[in-house]
Design a protein around this ligand. Structure first.
Ligand SMILES: Nc1ncnc2c1ncn2[C@@H]1O[C@H](COP(=O)(O)OP(=O)(O)OP(=O)(O)O)[C@@H](O)[C@H]1O
Length: 231
């Protein structure tokens, strides 16, 4: 039975009074890897922000990981974020502490108390992204690709039902982008559902998958053939 992790119907996305996207009708099923593409300024980040509760859904229906977006209350946002893993272009690691401490910070903030369980979880997520041996490094001692791997590990800490990655390779060179993408592919192969906003058409061609496109205030699915024709 497919499980719908994300569903929007007749939804509109606004930045204050400005309409960014309208008549959004999409679904993402458990286990899918979905790209979100579109020219700069077409609304990818606004869409992502709506999904993690940073922008209110002002009109239409939306549910994400079982939580309705249109009536989302301020106090439900931490609960929503705990069910999501969010990865940003600029990593957003805390520079004043090492990798392990960055992960402990998130675990504590999300209610974990048992030290041995925390250590076990940290080992597990760092292992998944190939960073187990670097847990004592500070972010500034790591390459961009390594920092993004740690950010992906951090997103995995609470076994998220959906990972939202907003331009995760945007600050990385092409080779490192492929390496980070391979980590995301491996995580997806292990059952994680991923929505990734990207500008990187080389990745789309190398790792074809379901693709949503923002264009002309609309968000719609495109097929790979069309993407290639437009390159
Ligand atoms: N805080 C804000 N207040 C008002 N308008 C905003 C705000 N943030 C973004 N916008 C506008 O919303 C539109 C969509 O921006 P958004 O950042 O969602 O696009 P994007 O597709 O993610 O672009 P990029 O690829 O450059 O990140 C743009 O016209 C932008 O100017």
């Amino acid at each position: 039975m497919p499980e719908t992790i994300l569903e929007l119907s007749d939804a509109s996305i606004f930045q204050r009074e400005t309409l960014i996207l309208s008549q959004v009708n999409i679904e993402i099923q458990k286990g899918e890897f979905v790209y979100l593409i579109g020219k700069t300024g077409t609304g990818k980040s606004s869409f992502m922000k709506t999904l993690y509760g940073d922008l209110p859904l002002q009109s239409g229906y939306g549910q994400i990981v079982g939580i309705e977006l249109q009536n989302l209350k301020e106090k439900q946002i931490p609960f929503l974020r705990r069910k999501l893993g969010v990865v940003f272009q600029d990593f957003k690691l805390l520079n004043d502490r090492n990798v392990k401490e960055n992960l402990i910070f998130v675990l504590k903030a999300t209610g974990w108390k048992d030290k041995s369980k925390m250590a076990q979880k940290i080992d597990e997520v760092l292992d998944k992204v190939g960073m187990k041996t670097k847990s004592f490094k500070f972010p500034y001692q790591l390459s961009g690709g390594e920092q993004q791997r740690v950010a992906i590990a951090r997103a995995l800490l609470n076994d998220p039902e959906l990972i939202l990655a907003d331009e995760p390779t945007g600050n990385l060179d092409p080779q490192t982008s492929v390496e980070v993408m391979q980590v995301l592919q491996d995580i997806n192969a292990q059952g994680n559902t991923i929505l990734m906003a990207t500008h990187d058409y080389a990745l789309l061609l190398k790792y074809p998958s379901k693709t949503l496109k923002c264009d002309g205030q609309r968000l719609f699915e495109v097929v790979q053939k069309q993407q290639q024709a437009k390159l």
